[in-house]
Unconditional design. Structure first.
Length: 290
């Protein structure tokens, strides 16, 4: 398996990929540039929409368009007009925090967590936004909220708080959206870099992007063991998502942020969008029902 550079984007902090199966496009963001990207693999075209500072995640909406997170809230965004409109605010009084990774669960709820911008204090949290309901805080004591995923049987949620270097598992109820019984599924303390974004495949295995680790690894969350890894031509691998008609293409975002100019000269493809042809089918991106 060889990662292919599909877009030489040179993004500062490429992140948050999601696949829109209706349109056959990949959404992703550049957090520091405030951009939502719409990548169309059939045309090899990428379009950008100015969404706002710290846009950190983007998901398709069932009713059309997308939903995003900006620093202090969930928004809907019309990709033609580009004007975000607030769905629910969080942490407006916490200037040191911002929203980070977000994703929808199989029932169409939009989950997203916040982070301490300096990545030091555990005063961030994980939130969930559901159609016709107020935003709900579901987890506290978080430092850098990151990857999210659900098992194929929809009974387990996976979650990454990056500095813990662990992937947590929770019992998850698709009906209520409640999570409980947190435990460690994968301990990544012996692995290069830090766990960032993730994607789950049809066999229930977890693909994890290594921030600062030059790789993506497929883990078995039942045993906690690494099954295989693929080396990347960029050190800051931020997130991944299955796309393509058959969901057998793993798209990977990367970043230039946090790399010195000297080091950056040695990884000219940093910040690019990559794609890996894989043998296993991924789970689909779920859309926001709100
Ligand atoms: Ca991330």
């Amino acid at each position: 398996m060889n990662p292919k550079l599909v877009l030489e984007a040179k993004s500062e902090l490429g992140e948050g990929p999601s696949w829109d199966s209706r349109k056959g496009v990949l959404y992703w963001v550049d957090i520091f540039r405030g951009l939502v990207h719409v990548y169309d693999p059939d045309k090899s075209e990428d379009r950008v929409v100015q969404a706002g500072h710290y846009v950190s995640s983007v998901v398709p909406r069932k009713s059309g368009g997308v939903a995003i997170t900006l620093q202090h809230g969930f928004y809907r965004l019309n990709l033609e007009e580009g004007k975000p409109s607030l769905l629910a605010g969080v942490e407006e009084n916490l200037a040191r925090n911002r929203f980070n990774d977000g994703k929808c669960d199989p029932a169409g709820r939009f989950w997203a967590g916040t982070m301490d911008i300096e990545e030091k204090s555990p005063f961030a949290a994980l939130y969930v936004l559901e159609k016709r309901k107020a935003v709900r805080k579901v987890l506290e004591g978080v430092t850098v909220s990151n990857g999210l995923g659900w098992s194929p049987d929809k009974r387990t949620m996976y979650y990454i708080d990056t500095p813990t270097r662990r992937i947590s598992a929770f019992d998850y109820s698709e009906r209520t959206g409640d999570i409980e019984n947190r435990r460690t599924a994968i301990d990544m303390s012996g692995q290069p870099g830090y766990p960032d974004g993730m994607a789950v495949d049809e066999e229930g295995m977890i693909w994890v992007a290594h921030w600062g680790g030059w790789r993506v690894t497929r883990f078995n969350p039942q045993t906690g063991k690494a099954l295989e890894h693929v080396e990347m031509p960029a050190s800051q691998v931020t997130s991944c998502c299955f796309g393509g008609e058959e969901l057998k293409q793993l798209y990977l975002t990367t970043a230039r942020a946090g790399i010195s100019p000297d080091a950056l000269a040695k990884e000219p493809q940093a910040g690019g969008l990559f794609m890996l042809e894989v043998d296993v089918k991924g789970l689909p991106t779920f859309s926001f029902s709100g």
